[in-house]
Ligand binder design. Sequence first.
Ligand code: PEP
Ligand code: MG
Length: 584
Amino acid sequence: MLTLHGKGVSAGITIGRAFVLKRERIKVQEYVVPHAFIDSEVERFTLAVERARRQLREIRDHIPDSAPAEAISFIDTHLLILNDTMIAEAPIEHIRTNQWNAEYALKAQSDQLIAVFEQMEDPYLRNKKVDVAQVVERVLQNLVNPLDRGEEPIPDDLGGRVVIANDLTPTDAVVLKNRGIGAFVTNLGGPISHTAILARSLGIPAIVAVHGATRYVGNEELLIIDGKRGVVLLAPDAEIINEYRRRARKIERARRELDILRASEAVSRDGVPVQLLANIELPEDLEGVQEVLASGIGLYRTEFLFMNRKKPPDEEEQFEAYAKVVRALNGRTVTIRTLDIGADKRVDLDTPVSVANPALSLRAVRLCLQELGLFKVQLRAILRASAFGRVRLMIPMLSNLDEIFRVLDLVHDIQDELRRQGTPFDTKMPLGGMIEVPAAAVSADLFAAHLDFLSIGTNDLIQYTLAIDRVDDTVNYLYDPLHPSVLRLIARTIEAGREQGIPVAMCGEMAGDPRYTRLLLGLGLREFSMHPAAMLEIKKIIRESTLHELETLAAEIMRARDSRKLHLLVDSLNAADDPSEELA
Ligand code: PEP
Ligand code: MG
C-alpha cells in the first residue's frame, strides 16, 4: 500500500475510487507586449524556466533508489533540453524583437524546433520532439495562470469518486460538488486558496499540494482520503478500510454530539455574547446557515453569482438572489460583499491574465471602481434588497481612504436615484470595509472613522502581510496565522474598532479554525464569520471560555519575543480540552 502526503485543507474521510482529471494542453494566446513591459515579460519567462528547472530537479531528487536508471536519465534529458539556449534564451530574443508575449514566443520557438526534429531520419532523434514538447508544456504550465488552462469534461455523476487533478479552480469545486464528488486531491494549491475554502464550505474532504498525485494515482484505483491529516492511501487492504470506516463513524458521532449546541446561545462562561455569523457563496448555501442557526451572514461572496457564465447577471437577477437571502434570514444581518473578482477568482477564463501578479492587480474594489457600469448595477441591486431585512454592505480589498469616499459617493448617488424613482431601500444600511491589506490594518483607525463596521479578511491579510501567494503551494510552509505581524495587525484593527465604537468582525478562514478561537476572543474579537460547518465547534469553545481570563493570556501571547514561544503559548491555551479533535 502506498501513502501520499499533502496539506489537508478540508477534514473528513472518504473511501472511494479515483477519477484522474486530465486537463487539455494549454491553449497559447498571442498578444503584443507594450515596450514599457518588455523587461517584465522577459522576467516572467525567465522565472517560469527557473521554476520548471526546480520542479524537474525536485522530481529527480525524489525518484526512489529502486526505480530503473532510465527514470533518472529521462529527467536529465528534460533538464538538458530546458537548459538549451534554443529553449531558455531564443524566446527572450522573440519577446524583445517581436514584442511577443512569453507564451507565444516559447510556442513559436518550440514549433520551429519540433519541425526540425520531425525531419530527422534517425527514429530515436525524431522521437526527441516528444521530450521537447513535454518540456515546453512544463514551462507553459508555469507561465500560464493555472486557471487559464483548458478543461476536460467531467462526468455528470461522479458517484462519490475522488477527483485527482493537477489543480482545481473554485469554479471546479462547485461543479464537482454538484456532480457528487467524494473528495479531491491536487498536486498544487494552498490552505487558503478559494478552492480550499470552498471545499470546506461544501463539505468536500480535500488535500492539496500532494506533489505527483496525478502521476501516482491511476484512474479507478481505490483510495482512502483523510482530509484532516492530509493523507492519501492507495490500494488499502480490508483491515485498513475497516479502520477508516470506524474513524468515519467516530467523526459522525462527534458531529452529532455538537448538534446539541445548535439552539444554544454563543455566550461565554462570564456571560459575554459573541456573534456567530456564516460565510456563504451562493443562495443555495442558505440551507447550511439555517441548520446551524447562525445569527446572520457575515460574508456573502457575491462573485460566485458571476461565475460559470458568459454574461454577468443583470440588476434583476442580482436583486432576486440577494433578496432571497435577505428574506430567508428574516431580520437577521446579511453582510453582502461587493464583487471581489480578480486573482484566483476569475469570471472570464477565456481572457488571458496579462499581468505577472494578479493578486496585486485590479481586483475587488479596484476593479469595481474602474468598471463603474458593473459596480453600479450591483450597488443598486443590493440597496433594493436592503428593503427586505437587515443588510450590511461590505467593500473588499480597501487599501486607501479615497476608495471609501468614492464608494460612499456612488452609494449616495444611487440612493438619490432610488428615492426619485420611489424604490424602497434601507436608508440606514451600514457600510463597512474589509481589512485585508496590511495598509488598511495599519491605518484601521483612519478607515474606522468613515465606516460603520470592519471585517478582517485574514486570508488576504496573511497573504499580503507575509508576501505568500494564497494559491502557490511552494510557499505554503510560510503560511502562519500566528505570525506576530499578522497578530499585531489583527489586534490593531480590533482596537481601532473599539476606539471608534464600531463593530469588528473576522470573516477569513482563521475565524472558523478552533485553534485560534480562544486567542481571538482574548484579543477582543466578538464577531466571527465562518463556513457553517465550523460553527458548532467554535460555539462550544466560546461557551466553555471565560473571556477575562483569555484577555490576560492573550496579552501574554502578544508579548512573546519569539514565534516558537508564541506557538507554545497558543497550544497551552488550547490544551484544556478537545474532545471533538477529529473535526478540527
Ligand atoms: C479574506 O481574504 O479573508 C476573505 C474573507 O475574502 P476572500 O477569501 O474571499 O478573499
Ligand atoms: Mg479576501
